[in-house]
Design a protein around this ligand. Structure first.
Ligand code: PRP
Ligand code: MN
Ligand code: MG
Length: 180
């Protein structure tokens, strides 16, 4: 943390673990009898996906896409680039997309359309943090960990210019500036 940064705890590691467990129970019951592909969106998903798959009690496969929309800035460009495609064939398979955060919705809207082109049996979305008031495009999210107001969040996979992803909880950066 640089000298003049301020940080406020938004969700403690314990609160996150409790909520991840609840989401995992819901997913376990909703996907009973199926073997979903848990598709993480790199990089932000990496901690949430890791915790979630260890709580979900299902046979499952894990794969990743890497999408980029923000570049090094903290505001969305609205443009989405596919940097890495899924490696497992998703045709005919149930896919559960796992994301750290939904903000404008551009990333997930693009991804759902991309995945639907590959004819999965179903596509559902699981997002830990939902900044609903920032939405620019409509996206139906099936599993939401926490709804939050605007403000720049870091930690538990979320970055600011690639920093702070490793923090164990979720924090608001520079809350005195009213978010970024
Ligand atoms: C962040 C976040 C989501 C996306 C949400 O990823 O992890 O994937 O932005 O924003 P949106 O709803 O406005 O599209 P980012 O593009 O910063 O890449 P990262 O996961 O590597 O940090
Ligand atoms: Mn991301
Ligand atoms: Mg990012």
């Amino acid at each position: 943390m640089s000298d003049n940064s301020q940080i406020k705890v938004v969700f403690s590691p314990e609160e996150i673990q409790r909520r991840v467990r609840e989401l995992a129970e819901q997913i376990t019951s909703d996907f009973a009898g199926q073997e979903p592909i848990m598709l993480g969106v790199l990089k932000g998903c990496f901690i949430f996906l890791s915790d979630l798959v260890r709580q979900v009690d299902l046979p499952l496969e894990i794969d990743f896409v890497r999408l980029a929309s923000y570049g090094s800035s903290d505001t969305s460009s609205g443009r989405v680039q596919l940097v890495k495609a899924p490696e497992i064939s998703i045709k005919g398979r149930p896919v559960l997309v796992v994301e750290d955060i939904i903000d404008t919705g551009n990333t997930l809207k693009w991804l759902v359309e991309y995945l639907e082109g590959m004819q999965p049996s179903s596509v559902n979305l699981c997002v830990l943090v939902d900044k609903a008031e920032r939405r620019e495009v409509e996206v139906e999210v099936d599993y939401v960990g926490f709804k939050v107001p605007d403000g720049f969040l870091v930690g538990y996979g979320l970055d600011f210019d690639e920093r702070f992803r490793f923090l164990p909880g979720i924090y608001e950066l520079n809350p005195q500036r009213g978010g970024a």
